[in-house]
Design a protein around this ligand. Structure first.
Ligand code: NAD
Length: 285
């Protein structure tokens, strides 16, 4: 399944966390749209294999988004390979959660460092090159957990709300430089991050969302590709939920006490042990 619905020809895009999951689907969408992509990750073998599979328009470079020097190197690599940078997709992220009262300060800081500080350093590093190139598009991957409160996500949810806010700040500061900044808020999507908590794809397998199913990476990537493209030329500071309706509100089923994942994250959180975050709302996660 291809996500490309827009023209990205001649665009050079850096995608963090591109080795697998949503990032790999975004990288595929960029290439399918005619663009070139540098995908970065801490997973070297997986990242290199993903880039190889995408062909000559894709490159991989190891990059830890929490390290400013790695960001500089990833940007320099992109400019050396493609001569410009038109798009930045801040996608790398980590997800693990506990009840707030059991969350450790160390783990909270670690999640915020990757999910939020990493996005900040990325924008700060890339913006001057985009400005020099006449503009660009930054797409920050937040989460449905950045639009509403979700149990078991102290560090994760806080970081994703932060990404949403940082995107708005970028939007208002950078519009003059013709740099658009938008956030995307995926709901539960089937990736290596969420697969371990036992979600299943297919119709009816996720009654917690009004559409009744989890998303697939290509559906998120399609929204990202749109925001990268000129089809979104008048969009900046927007927050785009791609979540099967999860943040739109409650279904009749939930209103009438039918239960389901939307209402159970709190129940799932009675044990103090760490677990993958219900992203958003997987029972028993
Ligand atoms: N899958 C979902 O249901 C879902 C929902 C909402 C938001 N998201 C967000 O989408 C993004 C992608 O998630 P995914 O589901 O594809 O997960 P994933 O775990 O498959 O991919 C995340 C990638 O980020 C990389 N990464 C982690 N820490 C890094 C670091 N310090 N430096 C560089 N790379 C690092 C990982 O190695 C991995 O390849 C994340 O920001 C996640 O929070 C996912």
């Amino acid at each position: 399944m291809s996500a490309a619905v827009v023209d990205l020809s001649s665009r050079a895009v850096l995608v963090t966390g591109g080795a697998r999951g949503l990032g790999a689907a975004v990288a595929r969408a960029v290439v399918d749209g005619g663009g070139r992509v540098v995908l970065t990750d801490v997973l070297e073998d997986e990242g290199a294999a993903t880039a190889r599979a995408l062909g000559d328009a894709a490159r991989f470079v190891r990059h830890d988004v929490t390290a400013e020097s790695d960001w500089r190197a990833a940007l320099d690599f992109t400019l050396a390979e493609f001569g410009r940078i038109d798009g930045l997709v801040n996608n790398a992220g980590t997800s693990a959660g506990q009840l707030l009262e059991h969350e450790t300060v160390e783990h909270f800081r670690q999640v915020v460092e990757i999910n939020l500080v990493g996005v900040f350093i990325g924008m700060k590093t890339v913006i001057p090159a985009m400005r020099a190139g006449g503009g660009g598009s930054v797409v920050n991957i937040s989460s449905a957990a950045g639009l509403t409160g979700l149990a078991l996500t102290a560090g994760y949810g806080a970081s994703k709300w932060g990404v949403r806010g940082l995107s708005k700040i970028g939007a208002v500061e950078l519009a003059e430089a013709r740099i658009r900044v938008n956030s995307v808020h995926p709901g539960m999507t089937y990736t290596p991050m969420t697969a371990p908590v036992g979600i299943r794809t297919g119709e009816g397998n996720y009654p917690g969302a009004p559409m009744g199913r989890v998303g697939v990476p290509e559906e998120i990537a399609a929204a990202v590709a749109f925001l990268l493209s000129d089809a979104a030329a008048y969009m900046t500071g927007a927050e785009l939920a791609v979540d099967g309706g999860w943040t739109a509100g409650m279904t009749v089923r939930h209103l009438t006490g039918g239960g389901g994942p939307r209402s159970t994250p709190g129940d799932a959180g009675t044990s103090p042990g760490a677990r993958p975050v219900a992203e958003p709302g997987v029972p028993g996660a």
